[in-house]
Design a protein around this ligand. Structure first.
Ligand SMILES: Nc1nc2c(ncn2[C@@H]2O[C@H](COP(=O)(O)OP(=O)(O)OP(=O)(O)O)[C@@H](O)[C@H]2O)c(=O)[nH]1
Ligand SMILES: [Mg+2]
Length: 189
């Protein structure tokens, strides 16, 4: 039975803790504390060390889900948590002031990890006519030469959205995945 580790990153309030809790098959481990600084204007609690959950795939594989704290002042945790990971899920909050610039900041911060692994991006709180659209993120990614990264609109509270995002990351790592599933499906008929 194989196990893999993927890492959720992104700004405060993007939905990292929520997304991991949505899809974890165990009670998620969180390290949330009441926010004391400017974060508390946005929400009560914030992750101070890490989130952890586990997603079991149908084939017996386990995907370990790690979330890093969004606040830059805890960025010393980022390097520790990505160790041994196979890919990054970057969550962005489309309602923040400059979500495209935030994407750049996080892609720069996690550049060496992304370069040696894989990336999938989820944009939360997308509303038609409010803030940038998904095509603006795609254009910014293309400017960075990263147009192959999967990017989706997601609601961290909806397990099906988060599972799709995780699957897109796994598919980037192993395009044979779908074929194997199709073959398994075909064999079952
Ligand atoms: N509308 C909407 N709300 C969301 C979504 N995902 C999470 N939330 C809510 O947004 C708030 C913040 O979500 P968290 O999961 O705590 O955010 P986080 O990324 O872990 O934030 P930090 O730990 O502070 O870095 C919570 O109240 C969630 O219920 C989403 O996709 N859409
Ligand atoms: Mg959190």
């Amino acid at each position: 039975m194989s196990t893999h580790k993927i890492v959720f990153a992104g700004p405060v309030g993007a939905g990292k803790t929520t997304s991991i809790a949505s899809i974890s098959d165990i009670e998620p481990f969180t390290t949330e504390e009441f926010a004391t600084d400017e974060v508390k204007d946005m929400k009560d609690k914030t992750t101070v060390a890490m989130d952890y959950g586990v997603m079991e795939l149908g084939n017996g594989e386990h995907i370990h889900l790690y979330g890093v704290p969004g606040q830059i002042r805890f960025d010393f945790m980022w390097e520790i948590i990505v160790e041994g990971g196979i890919g990054l899920i970057l969550l962005l909050n489309n309602e923040s002031d400059q979500p495209l610039d935030e994407m750049d900041v996080y892609l720069d911060s996690f550049k060496s990890f992304i370069d040696r692994t894989a990336l999938a991006i989820g944009v939360t709180r997308l509303q038609p006519g409010k803030g940038p659209g998904l095509e603006d993120y795609v254009a910014r990614l293309a400017q960075r030469g990263m147009s192959t990264a999967p990017i989706f609109e997601v609601d961290g509270r909806k397990p099906e959205d988060v599972v799709t995002l995780v699957q897109s990351l796994l598919y980037t790592l192993d395009p044979g995945l779908q074929t194997q599933e199709e073959m398994a499906g075909a064999a079952a008929v």
